[in-house]
Design a protein around this ligand. Sequence first.
Ligand SMILES: Nc1ncnc2c1ncn2[C@@H]1O[C@H](COP(=O)(O)OP(=O)(O)OP(=O)(O)O)[C@@H](O)[C@H]1O
Length: 368
Amino acid sequence: MALSLSRPGFELQVDARLPGRGISVLFGPSGCGKTTVLRALAGLERASGRVALGDQLWQDDAQRLFVPTHRRPIGYVIQEAALFPHLSVERNLDYGWRRIAPGRRLTARDQAIELLGIEPLLPRRPETLSGGERQRVAIARALLTSPQLLLMDEPLAALDAPRKADILPYLERLHLELDMPIVYVTHAADEVARLADHLVVMEQGRVRAAGPLDDLLSRHDLPLATDEAGGAVLSGRIVEHDERFELTRVALRGGALWVGRIAQPVGAEVRVRVPSRDVSVARSAPRDTSILNVLPVTLCGWRGEGSMALLQLSLGHDAPSATATSRPAAQLIARITRRSLEALQLQPGEALFAQVKSASFMRPCAPT
Ligand SMILES: Nc1ncnc2c1ncn2[C@@H]1O[C@H](COP(=O)(O)OP(=O)(O)OP(=O)(O)O)[C@@H](O)[C@H]1O
């Protein structure tokens, strides 16, 4: 997509290519233009430019082409789902489902109901549902219109933390079990870490950075890193289980980590998260430490944040480099006090040891 639009006090200028599978998250502060981009993809907002899904061209100003919303094969889920209040959940679902010819249906009715866990809700009226249940029904209803692209605008923003935690696994399942690209708008860093495969960081109507999640979440110069709860998200492969101590070893690019037992087989691709505040550094390999994960790392750079500093660390003691065929080593961020930084007099390129106090399993990775 290449989109531009001008409003009083707001300029949108976005040029991005999103992958044709997985969840692409548009992330950024309120007012940066995320919803506007989503609405332009849906054809609900008239921006200038070009929009295509694979080889389907939906908008191309050069050719005076603009496919109206109702002819774009999209599902759209917003923060406050608008279900038909006078219809049961089942009839709400059937509304979209019946309008798609049987031969053109991409998602089976039972599959959508099962994926979102809404079987017990089918006879209920929307007003009797909790916010989280309503969102699950809205997502199932969107899927039953057989979209080729699912657009989600802060679908969890109206939910409290426990409801949000309930619904996140359903979103992860969608992504793992359906072969449908999703563009997901949020300003919540935790949703990014859990859901995103590809990330577009927006700022004031522009793309500040875009790329695979692991590359961006471990960059200390992006807003995600400065979040108190921020940290790196790393993809790796399970290489070993330690049944006695209920641990799993995950191999990463340039190193490996022990995390709490993951219920996935050896060889599975998984995503783990390492909070920056749980990473500290030492010049020499610490001995007699209770910390399980001590990894050789190379300091790439650092950035001050008030009394704290964020260090960007590349796994391994070789100078970080990327060749045409291999991706560079995975990166961690350490959040330490500026006082410690000064006391240690660290220099970029220096070989250090990162002590990782906690690392947690986020989710299995989608097959690529
Ligand atoms: N219908 C409209 N008319 C005029 N200005 C608008 C309209 N809709 C949005 N804007 C403005 O356009 C800019 C981008 O808004 P947009 O809703 O895309 O941001 P956002 O990143 O999705 O924000 P939020 O996270 O708060 O939803 C903002 O400055 C907003 O005030």
